[in-house]
Write a protein that binds this ligand. Structure first.
Ligand code: HEC
Ligand code: HEC
Length: 217
């Protein structure tokens, strides 16, 4: 009996930090605007149930303390989408809460996402120019996404999220999966499915990962 009691008490102390950690996202009611699992209905904020695959932890920690507008026209699901100014008065977290919540978010992982990007060779100048041409002309990604031209000037449409700082914000492996099939994460999102061969898709991934706000001229 004593042994069981001892076991229960130890278990409580081992588990309690885990249990209290798991609750800050709930406590802050992030799920009012964000899906925290795939089975929920679409919400006005972007999905977070695969945050651990999608974001770079440093970026996430900054964003939660100092949120910036990435979707000038709003997300696809907010009622005023494309109809006018999108007012993103996002909750701002203290550093302490941001650390805890970003740790919680980084544990939210989508299954079966092997990394195809770990052994890629850096793009040559020629490949960068080719990809930029395809990004703008062949696939017209630029019509929905802000990006940088070769002179480092921001340009592009606003109906999709800005990619200007994608290289500091997103994980390469996630981008490669997103370009293969964005609908694997949600049926409802407005990003078109492209039939890209793997060479093009991985080249696009590297091109996107080279977009960084430090390169804005
Ligand atoms: C009132 C609705 C609302 C609430 C509550 C809310 N968010 Fe958001 N969140 C949004 C919207 C809308 C965006 C997209 C803003 C943009 O891209 O300009 C966003 C963006 C984000 C992003 C960036 C996602 C991406 O793909 O770019 C993260 C991370 C995030 N929110 C985390 C949180 C966390 C954690 C909480 C709880 C503390 C929270 N949000 C509460 C509406 C909300
Ligand atoms: C018709 C508009 C449209 C076009 C064209 C388009 N996208 Fe998108 N894209 C979107 C939207 C909308 C999202 C956000 C979807 C969501 O979160 O539900 C998105 C998301 C993304 C993301 C993830 C960014 C993030 O922060 O969530 C990447 C990367 C991306 N697109 C790359 C591309 C590339 C590369 C092309 C061209 C091959 C392209 N897109 C063409 C609309 C578009």
């Amino acid at each position: 009996m004593k042994n069981i009691l001892f076991l229960l008490i130890s278990l409580f102390f081992i588990l309690s930090p885990v249990l209290s950690n798991a609750s800050l996202i709930e406590e802050k009611k992030c799920s009012v605007c964000h899906r925290l699992s795939k089975i929920e209905v679409a919400k006005i904020g972007p999905d977070l149930f695969y945050a651990g695959n999608k974001f770079q932890p440093t970026w996430l920690l900054q964003y939660l303390q100092n949120p910036l507008t990435l979707r000038k026209a709003g997300t696809g699901f907010n009622p005023g989408f494309l109809k006018g100014e999108f007012n993103n008065s996002h909750p701002v977290l203290s550093k302490k809460d941001a650390i805890q919540i970003s740790q919680e978010l980084m544990t939210m992982i989508f299954p079966n996402m092997p990394d195809e990007t770990s052994n890629l060779k850096a793009l040559s100048k020629g490949q960068i120019a080719k990809t930029k041409y395809e990004f703008e002309r062949t696939f017209s990604c630029i019509s929905c996404h802000q990006s940088l031209n070769l002179a480092g000037k921001p340009r592009g449409g606003i109906s999709g999220p800005s990619l200007i700082d994608a290289g500091n914000r997103l994980q390469a492996s996630w981008v490669a999966h997103w370009l293969k099939n964005p609908k694997m994460f949600s049926e409802e999102n407005r990003m078109p499915i492209y039939k890209m061969d793997d060479e093009t898709r991985l080249r696009f991934t590297q091109f996107i990962m080279a977009l960084k706000k430090e390169n804005v001229r």
